[in-house]
Design a protein around this ligand. Sequence first.
Ligand SMILES: [Fe+2]
Ligand SMILES: [Fe+2]
Length: 235
Amino acid sequence: MRIAATADLHFTPQRYGALRDQLNRVRDEADIFVVAGDLTNFGQPEEMEPLLNALVRLRVPVVVVLGNHDYESDKQSDLIRMLTDAGVKVLDGSAYERDGVGFAGTKGFVGGFGRGMLTAFGEPEIKTFVRAGIDEAVKLERAMSQLRSPKRVVVLHYSPIAATVDGEAREIYPFLGTSRLAEVVDRHGADLVLHGHAHNGKPDGKTTAGVPVHNVAITLLQAQNPSKVYRVFDI
Ligand SMILES: [Fe+2]
Ligand SMILES: [Fe+2]
């Protein structure tokens, strides 16, 4: 299966003009289109509407997770309903199988990497904050345990490893993802992990167990030569 993946569209109709020609090629180059979060800037249904029109016109199956920007207006449930009604598969602690390939996805959360990972110690506010990251890891666990397919793809918005956020300011690493997600990936095993959020990160990395992780933020894809708006993975 050929998987075209992108993230961080932060969609506006004005931006779409620049993407349209390349996006229209998706159905020739891939069997499925993955968008790893930050579909909108402010999570408003009015922003989702034109994006949905564009996605439907691609005429390929579309799988997405939401990103932090899609939560900004607290209308994520409305956005999920709009996407689902248009036939887009929204992964939110859930799984989807197609042609022998399983997709497990969730937004993920912040929290830091490796020895720098924040733990649930001290003030209740810290515990609540850390709990949100643990909850997302549990959702990923649930999604991955539903997969029965030989091939497995994980879709996240936040990064599960530090390597693919490298390039961002070190001070913000803890806000770009958390190793808690990678622990789940390594426990269950996967062929491919796709994420976004770190607009200035690096495209390629691996988990401790060697699962390939790719940051498909559109800013990174566009910075490559030749400039792309999605990257195709063959699995
Ligand atoms: Fe983003
Ligand atoms: Fe983001």
